[in-house]
Structures are given as structure tokens and as C-alpha cells.
Write a new protein. Structure first.
Length: 379
């Protein structure tokens, strides 16, 4: 009897697992992005640093570099005794108190490809109010009343601050490898991609988000944190990952009077702009396709990094403009052709966001982006 009961219980449990909503919700396991080889057709020529864990290019070198597949976390992430430590402050901005990006937008479902235009989606959105957290790092070396260089970081924390970047900067500033800069980490407005506030802010090909930061965020930072921020575009940088990376370049490209330095990881230089704009029909894919090649060279310094397993067609669009690796390869080639100061890292054994590689190269990337900033650095 005991054996029969156990057999029945096992069968009932198996039946429940097979028919439970959670099981149905999982569906078939989605295949991950393919690995793209560094020497595949269409890839730029790389200077090989692979097989040397912990090794990054020179901090003043331009060009294309291959790193990985193993990485060593940078020692600059650690708190070092005797190194002055900056402070971190936070405050929030209510969208209802701003002129731009008020109200925000959100969607309930992803959307479908527009049958009249395969380059865009039909998405139903609704208006939202939202709160945006601002996290500000102020170095110990900041002199009250002075105008400081600064860096805007997209996708800032929405809760407790991650102190990794502040700790790295404590060390880099003390070693005089970067200027004593203020860092402004700005949370996005919510959601992701087409039809959400984050997508509207980050993927729109215009200077509107740079204008929002200039008029709505920076004055509040100066007031809330009792600091002054430089107006010199050479003393301003923008940094971001994924769509935050495309946002960093978009800000500097459309407003070079405001920003000259750009740091991107897994930059979304693909066709993700929404709503559709006939002036930039390919979204950020247009940067490497026509915009940069056909425009005068701008005074920008641009860092790029992407993983060999980075995104490839992650949604319903199959327009030939949703391969993150190809997009970043193309960016490197057009930047070189136009004579830009750029450094491009192709990270083996790394996916979207290149987290394992970024743990190694972020201090280096910050130093490279700020290379050449004035003779007065850290004086």
C-alpha cells in the first residue's frame, strides 16, 4: 500500500509540474546570441592582447584591440588605505516638476512590425508620471566654489548606490590618472526600448536628452550638492552601456558644444529609435552607415567595447540592423576612416554589458577617455 501511494503521489506531482502555469510560461529555452570570431569577415583588424589576463591597451593608444577570454578584476576597485575618499549624495526629480520628458511613456506589450515600414514598430503607449533618482559622486579633492569637470553616467541606480565607480575614481584621482571630476549617475525614466521612457530618452537621435540634462538635472545637482560644474565641453564626458551607450554618443554628437568625451560598452548602435523619424530612419545604426561618414569630423574622443556574444536580433525586428557586434565593428571602422581619437575593445568570452571584461578595463577606459584633459589636471 505504501509503495502504491508513493507512486500515485509522484504521478500527481509530475502532472502538476507539466501543467502548471509556471511551466507553460517558461516555454522552450531561448538560444543565446552566437559567438562572433574576431577574424570573421567584416571585422576590423585587431591588435591582439588576448591570452594575457589583466592586460589593457596603453592609456593613450587609439585603434582596435582584442582582449580576453580570461579577465582579472582591476585593483582600482578596492578601497586603499590612505587614499582620500569622495562622498556620494542622492536626490530625486519628479517628472511632474520638469518641462521636458513630462509626462513619460510606457507600453503594455512590445509591439509589432509596421507592415508599411519594416524599419519600425507599431506600439501602443500610455502616459506616466515617474521619479528619477540622481546619484552624485564628489571627490575629496573638489574645492568648494570651483568649476569642476564632470561625467554623466546613464542608467544610474534607482536605490542604494553601487560604490564601484566612486572607489575606482578615488584611486584614479589620487594617482593623477584622471581629473578630480564630479560624476552624475542619472536613473532612466523606466522600461526599455521602443514605447518605454528609457527608450525615448536614450535611443532618440536628437539633442533633446542632452538638453533635458542641461536644463533639468545639472542645475539641481549644483543646488542640492553645493558644487559648480564646468561649461567647457572638453571637461564633460558621457558614459553608458547598451542604449545608455548610444545615448552617450547621441548627446555628444548632437551637442558637441556640451560634451567631447564618450565612453560606451555594448553600445546600441542599432535601429531602435521610436517613434520613427524620417530624418534618421535607421536610428543609431545610421551613425556608422551614413551620419558619421558623411559629416565633418567633430571634436569627440570615443571609447567602445563589445562582447563576442553580444546581442543579435533580440526582438521581433529582423531588419539586418540589430547585430550589436557588427554595429560596433562598423563604428570602429568609420571612426578610424574619419580620423577620430577612438579606442575599441573586442572582448572575447563576454556577453551584453561585457561585465566580466568591464571589471578589468573600466579604470583603463576612464583614463583613456580623459587623456589630454588640460595641463591643469588634478592641480
Amino acid at each position: 500500500m505504501r509503495k502504491s501511494w508513493m507512486t500515485l503521489a509522484t504521478a500527481l506531482l509530475l502532472c502538476f509540474c507539466l501543467h502548471s502555469p509556471a511551466t507553460f510560461a517558461q516555454g522552450p529555452k531561448r538560444a543565446g546570441p552566437p559567438t562572433r570570431s574576431f577574424d570573421a569577415p567584416g571585422a576590423p583588424a585587431f591588435i591582439r592582447l588576448d591570452g594575457k589576463p589583466g592586460m589593457n591597451p596603453a592609456p593613450d593608444a587609439d585603434g582596435n584591440f582584442l582582449i580576453g577570454p580570461e579577465y582579472l578584476a582591476a585593483p582600482e576597485q578596492q578601497v586603499v588605505a590612505g587614499i582620500p575618499q569622495g562622498k556620494v549624495q542622492q536626490f530625486t526629480i519628479d517628472s511632474r516638476e520638469t518641462k521636458l520628458f513630462n509626462p513619460g511613456i510606457a507600453r503594455k506589450v512590445f509591439g509589432v512590425v509596421d507592415p508599411q515600414n519594416p524599419k519600425t514598430l507599431i506600439v501602443e503607449t500610455h502616459e506616466i508620471d515617474y521619479s528619477r533618482q540622481i546619484t552624485v559622486y564628489i571627490p575629496a579633492q573638489y574645492k568648494p566654489g570651483s568649476e569642476a569637470p564632470f561625467m554623466v553616467v546613464h542608467d544610474g541606480p534607482k536605490g542604494k548606490p553601487d560604490l564601484t565607480l566612486p572607489r575606482i575614481l578615488d584611486n584614479l584621482i589620487a594617482q593623477k590618472r584622471v581629473p578630480a571630476m564630479i560624476v552624475i549617475m542619472i536613473a532612466n525614466g523606466g522600461g526599455d526600448a521602443q514605447g518605454h521612457e528609457r527608450g525615448k530618452e536614450y535611443d532618440t537621435m536628437s539633442g533633446l536628452f542632452a538638453e533635458y540634462i542641461e536644463t533639468e538635472v545639472l542645475p539641481r545637482v549644483e543646488k542640492e550638492c553645493n558644487v559648480k560644474l564646468t561649461k567647457d565641453p572638453d571637461g564633460r564626458a558621457a558614459m553608458g552601456s547598451s542604449s545608455g551607450g548610444s545615448a552617450a554618443l547621441i548627446m555628444a554628437w548632437y551637442r558637441p558644444d556640451l560634451y567631447h568625451r564618450v565612453l560606451t560598452t555594448s553600445g546600441t548602435f542599432v535601429n531602435q529609435q521610436w517613434p520613427f523619424d524620417s530624418q534618421t530612419p535607421d536610428g543609431a545604426w545610421g551613425f556608422h552607415d551614413k551620419i558619421i561618414p558623411e559629416s565633418p569630423t567633430k571634436p569627440l574622443r570615443i571609447f567602445l567595447a563589445v562582447g563576442d556574444r553580444d546581442n543579435f536580433n533580440p526582438n521581433v525586428m529582423r531588419d539586418g540592423m540589430h547585430n550589436w557586434v557588427e554595429a560596433n565593428h562598423r563604428m570602429a571602422k568609420v571612426l578610424k576612416a574619419k580620423g577620430y581619437h577612438y579606442q575599441y575593445l573586442f572582448c572575447q568570452n563576454s556577453g551584453h554589458g561585457v561585465r566580466n571584461a568591464k571589471a578589468q578595463f573600466l579604470p583603463h577606459a576612464l583614463e583613456w577617455v580623459w587623456h589630454g584633459y588640460g595641463d591643469q589636471k588634478n592641480e
